[in-house]
Design a binder for this molecule. Structure first.
Ligand code: NA7
Length: 534
């Protein structure tokens, strides 16, 4: 089978890419390894799973009709609601007929002579395409640590991103959760309500801000719908693609203590991920960060009854925002329940999984179910899980052996006609990712339109332009607190992975302007070949 475009993945990125590519009159096929659409929101079905970006920001903006007809029901949408949304989008834009479900892309090779990509799938088929677009996702390759003895465990073990559709009944079960990142923090309060006993194995305590989730009533919905276009302008001007206004105080240090406290109280009362922007310099000024961090620690401590548990939860070794700020609902209060035990596995590391449960250096825990809320091989995991080969058979795994990068995060030199949506070198997950996805898809499809209009049949990135872009990405990351703190953002959660921030931290508004400028400058830094040169 031959297509103009093959798209990998039917999540938020793949669905929109398919819609736009069709608009160019190109034939397209999407391969999706799951049996439904939604990507992240298809896979992450664990109890409590919800988006920690507000529904009115975490949605497509490309269709005003879609905005007007879809009715969000909560400030932070749950996984089922998001899965319904993406299914609605797939149906509304008639996308399903070009999606092949239950099909993984295993290998993609660029055939120099044919100037086409040859794509092998898990169903044993090979198809060819002029253009290949990865919409494989930044958080789709799961990370399950290889713990000694895991294969001997008599109970059930599951990664949160592989939670079964029918759910898991934890009633009367002794449940262990490994991991207290965004996922663990969402799942733990829900699991605690049902489990006979819940053991939480925490290695690194983290900051978490109350979500202050709430239903959206009819009046608010009306207002939201009325304001979508205004929010769109705000999102475009925002460094993280969110439709909220910039902080009223640019630095915690430039106001008196009373004002500072008032601003922090207001921000705390508002809750949600915007807390990192309480002051304009929380992420860049150590003193401002310290003041804000201390405020949060004091607030959280008041929620926890047992002071020693509070100590374990609050011995945080990094500045606020240096790891992805967690948004929580009833998380800290959950440790006041009698059926919940916090186990500090930094102090007493996990030694092994046994037939009956889990053993740390200080104790044994009998368990019926072990839940790995241990995250993902972010940014590059899904791309490198496939065997992607560019010119002269160059493997992407080889190109990125010492660190991943691509020109604008869109095209990796040596991999012609291959675009990455939210690839390494773009703002990707350091933003309202669905808004970044739209920006990438729009840029890519405009670029394809340019190629069609000008009889160009190949695009690649100039290696020098790519190297210079990666240098800029690194330089900006080195100036931030993020680059100095271990987390999945720096790849430190995956053994053997090259360390470093692989996303552009200069702000999505700046990034968008750069992408637009480069396109306007005849796609400076990209190398095209015209049909006549073949
Ligand atoms: P994260 O944020 O990577 O969190 C994973 C958690 O699992 C974190 O607490 C880890 O501790 C812990 N972990 C991982 N391996 C181990 C082992 N071997 N032993 C003990 N604890 C371990 O993933 P999430 O799924 O929560 O969130 C990912 C993103 O999804 C999030 O940032 C949002 O963007 C949505 P560690 O911190 O490494 O000590």
């Amino acid at each position: 089978m031959e297509f103009d475009v093959v798209i990998i993945g039917a999540g938020a990125a793949g669905l929109y890419a398919l819609h736009r590519v069709r608009g160019l009159g190109l034939s397209a096929k999407v391969f999706e390894k799951g049996d439904g659409v939604g990507g992240t929101w298809y896979w992450n079905r664990y109890p409590g799973a919800r988006c920690d970006v507000e529904s009115w920001d975490y949605c497509y903006t490309f269709s005003e009709e879609l905005e007007q007809e879809w009715e969000w029901t909560e400030r932070f949408p749950t996984q089922p609601e998001l899965e319904r949304y993406f299914n609605h989008v797939a149906d509304r834009f008639d996308l399903r007929r070009d999606i092949e479900f239950n099909t993984r892309v295993d290998q993609a090779r660029f055939d120099e002579d044919q100037n086409r990509w040859l794509i092998n799938t898990s169903t044993g088929n090979t198809v060819s395409a002029r253009f290949l677009i990865s919409a494989a996702g930044c958080l789709s390759e799961v990370n399950t640590p290889r713990l000694k003895g895991a294969e001997t465990f008599a109970g059930q073990q599951i990664h949160t991103a592989r939670w079964p559709k029918g759910g898991i009944d934890v009633t009367d079960k002794r449940v262990g959760v490994i991991g207290t990142g965004s996922t663990g923090v969402q799942a733990i309060p829900q699991l605690a309500k049902q489990a006979e006993h819940l053991f939480v194995f925490q290695r690194t305590p983290q900051f978490a801000i109350p979500a202050r989730n709430r239903p959206i009533d009819a009046d608010q919905l009306e207002e939201l719908k009325h304001n979508y276009r205004e929010r769109w302008e705000l999102k475009k001007a925002s460094p993280v693609g969110m439709g909220r206004r910039p902080p009223e105080v640019s630095s915690a240090l430039e106001v008196d203590e009373a004002t500072r406290t008032r601003v922090m109280e207001d921000s705390w009362a508002l809750g949600g991920p915007g807390f990192a922007g309480t002051f304009g310099d929380v992420m860049t000024n150590a003193e401002s960060n310290q003041i804000t961090s201390q405020f949060v620690l004091d607030k959280i401590r008041k929620k926890i009854d047992d002071p020693s548990v509070a100590d374990s939860l609050l011995e945080i070794d990094h500045p606020l925002g240096a790891r992805r700020l967690i948004v929580e609902i009833d998380y800290f209060e959950t440790y006041n329940r009698r059926n919940v035990t916090l186990v500090d596995v930094a102090a007493a590391p996990i030694e092994e999984i046994t037939l009956q449960g889990l053993r740390t250096t200080e104790g044994t825990y009998d368990l019926d179910l072990i839940i790995y809320a241990t995250g993902f091989d972010g940014m590059t995991g899904a791309l490198l899980a496939m065997d992607i080969r560019g010119v002269y058979g160059l493997p992407l795994r080889g190109k990125w052996a010492n660190g991943a990068g691509a020109y604008l995060g869109l095209v990796a030199s040596g991999f012609p006609n291959f675009f990455m949506i939210t690839g390494p070198g773009s703002p990707a997950v350091f933003s309202n990712v669905i808004f970044s996805i739209e920006q990438h898809v729009d840029w890519i499809t405009d670029c394809l339109g340019h190629m069609l209009d000008h009889d160009l049949d190949r695009i690649d990135a100039d290696p020098d332009a790519e190297a210079e872009w990666t240098r800029q990405v690194d330089e900006i990351a080195a100036q931030t607190i993020i680059g100095k703190t271990d987390s999945w953002w720096t790849g430190s959660n995956i053994e053997g992975k090259p360390q470093g921030v692989t996303f552009y931290l200069g702000g999505t508004h700046t990034y968008r302007a750069i992408c637009e400028e480069i396109a306007a400058q005849n796609y400076e830094g990209f190398v095209f070949r015209s049909v006549d040169e073949r």
